[in-house]
Design a protein around this ligand. Structure first.
Ligand SMILES: N=c1c2ncn([C@@H]3O[C@H](COP(=O)(O)OP(=O)(O)OP(=O)(O)O)[C@@H](O)[C@H]3O)c2ncn1[C@@H]1O[C@H](COP(=O)(O)O)[C@@H](O)[C@H]1O
Length: 87
């Protein structure tokens, strides 16, 4: 288990070091168009899970939505603080 901040630090470090074999680095290399489509896909899957599949599946899909949100943040140079400061 990890927190939002811990995942962000892990992903940012992998991107900074261009860690070989990281799917996240591959996704960031593909760019914001690819990442944006994944974000929408996970948002739709979250919605469908909430309509039809129950809370556990919603949690799984939301975890993926948070992951892809973090790749959006890294791809445009945002940190969690930039987002938290707007909550
Ligand atoms: N939390 C995640 C995470 N959530 C979602 N995903 C990716 O998001 C995609 C969505 O999966 P789906 O189940 O929706 O789709 P799928 O059909 O299984 O796969 P696709 O056809 O969509 O690729 C998958 O490719 C997952 O690999 C994640 N990939 C990595 N992480 C974490 O990110 C960190 C870095 O991972 P690496 O970059 O792989 O080292 C680690 O802590 C990982 O646990």
């Amino acid at each position: 288990m990890k927190t939002f901040d811990e995942l962000y630090l892990e992903l940012a470090e992998k991107w900074r070091e261009r860690t070989l074999g990281s799917g996240s680095v591959d996704a960031l290399d593909k760019g914001i168009h690819h990442i944006g489509k994944k974000l929408l896909e996970e948002a739709a899957e979250t919605w469908m899970a909430a309509e039809y599949e129950g809370a556990e599946r919603v949690a799984e899909e939301l975890s993926q939505l948070l992951y892809w949100s973090q790749l959006v943040m890294i791809s445009v140079g945002l940190t969690p603080h930039d987002v938290y400061s707007r909550l």
